[in-house]
Design a protein around this ligand. Structure first.
Ligand SMILES: Cc1ncc(C[n+]2csc(CCOP(=O)(O)OP(=O)(O)O)c2C)c(N)n1
Length: 395
């Protein structure tokens, strides 16, 4: 598949020849589902019923989690949220192609990667509140989850930092003769960062077992991809790094799965890295602080709304007689109840104690830190003594 979609053959391949309706997706993207959501049987992955239904469930949970995250922020219950509306197929399709021991280096817009790897909703929500049960004790930004036991590396805010981290981890895996692959996720904006160039150069030269997933959602906050690069497509950049590159319909979970599976298999066989560009559209704001109506034409949104990855996959499952309205209603009820329970529990958690400011960095705190801790404790005692009196903060 990777060879078939290489640049030289791109014009001949078209869109697998099976798309009848016009698409907002470029014709050179690899896809399994056509615009009427019918599979191209020549490239349809052979997945069991259990796997297909699990993927659907995880996509749906990701959507509900994002909806809840945005609502919690709008209600003033959490401070900030980064939704991934419309990008569910990329998150779930890629993780489905991994083994549990493979390393994952996500960006901040991948709740579905955490959900499908097996992170608990409660633990994820504790990060949104930055409470005492949050593994980072509120020191990370919201949406910056971290699950070392699941080989889910903590999210970095500076974009594309995770690219070089993934290359390092996969090089270590190669040197130790382990078979674990590393996968990393970044946006179209992230490809303009030096870390992208450094990471892919190094991966190509060292033939590391790395899979690079570029989620091309067509915007880096308000900057369109056309201002990010003059390249015809981001996948073409792979040629310069000496690795295969493929552009995939990012709203087609089966296409994302197949392309990732092929790249993961190559990496595990010792044949080196792959760059996969998943073409999609950011259906929501950049974050809860953003208003995309100020810089985006609503027509773009409307066109991509017709390609909702969850609806498309649902139609595919229904055609296979694996899904129906009754099952949908049961699933929605079950997932929303699980989410509501986790929200209720996470919201009740206390905030981290102020003493935690001094913990977890040094095994033996420095004298200066100890002095600061003592000063803070004295201050707190004073505040307690003068609480609710004007003497606490004399003007
Ligand atoms: C090195 C760096 N520069 C700038 C920023 C500010 N910033 C945060 S998100 C973002 C846009 C990133 O866009 P993209 O990589 O396309 O990913 P997306 O947000 O669309 O998922 C920018 C510029 C940052 N976090 N790090």
């Amino acid at each position: 598949m990777l060879e078939k979609h290489s640049k030289s053959k791109r014009k001949k391949i078209g869109s697998n020849g099976n798309a009848k309706a016009p698409s907002v997706l470029r014709a050179d993207c690899f896809r399994v589902l056509d615009e009427a959501n019918r599979p191209n049987q020549k490239v349809e992955p052979k997945l069991s019923k259990e796997v297909l239904l699990r993927m659907y469930r995880q996509m749906q949970m990701t959507r509900f989690y994002d909806e809840r995250g945005m609502l919690l922020q709008r209600q003033g219950r959490i401070g900030f949220y980064v939704p991934s509306f419309g990008q569910e197929a990329i998150q779930i399709g890629t993780v489905a192609a991994l083994k549990q021991n493979d390393w994952i280096f996500p960006s901040y817009r991948e709740p579905g990667v955490f959900i499908s790897r097996g992170a608990s909703l409660f633990d994820m929500l504790c990060n949104l509140w930055g409470n005492a049960s949050d593994v980072c004790k509120g020191r990370q930004m919201p949406n910056h989850y971290s699950f070392s036991d699941l080989r889910l590396f903590s999210v970095s805010s500076p974009i594309s930092t995770q690219v070089i981290q993934a290359v390092g981890a996969s090089l270590a895996s190669k040197l130790r003769k382990e078979k674990d692959v590393a996968i990393t996720y970044f946006g179209d904006g992230g490809t303009s960062e030096n870390d992208f160039h450094t990471g892919l150069t190094f991966a190509g030269v060292m033939k590391t077992p790395t899979v690079f997933i570029c989620t091309n959602n067509q915007f880096a906050i308000s900057v369109p991809t056309s201002k990010q690069t003059a390249a015809e497509r981001i996948a073409d950049k792979a040629i310069g790094y000496g690795m295969p590159g493929i552009a995939v319909d990012g709203n087609d979970v089966l296409a994302v799965y197949s392309a990732t599976q092929e790249a993961v298999d190559r990496a595990r066989r010792g044949e080196g890295p792959t760059l996969i560009e998943c073409v999609t559209f950011r259906m929501g704001p950049h974050s809860s602080s953003d208003d995309p109506t100020r810089y985006r034409d609503s027509k773009m949104f409307d066109a991509w709304a017709k390609r909702d990855p969850i609806q498309r996959f649902r139609q595919y499952l229904e055609a296979k007689k694996l899904w129906d309205q009754k099952k949908q209603e049961e699933l929605e009820k079950e997932l929303k109840a699980a989410l509501a329970e986790a929200v209720e529990k996470a919201e009740k958690e206390p905030l981290p104690g102020i003493e935690t400011l001094f913990e977890d960095v040094y095994e033996h705190p420095t004298a200066q830190l100890l002095r600061q801790k003592e000063a803070l404790q004295k201050e707190q005692e004073l505040r307690g003594k003068f609480e609710n009196t004007s003497e606490a903060f004399p003007l």
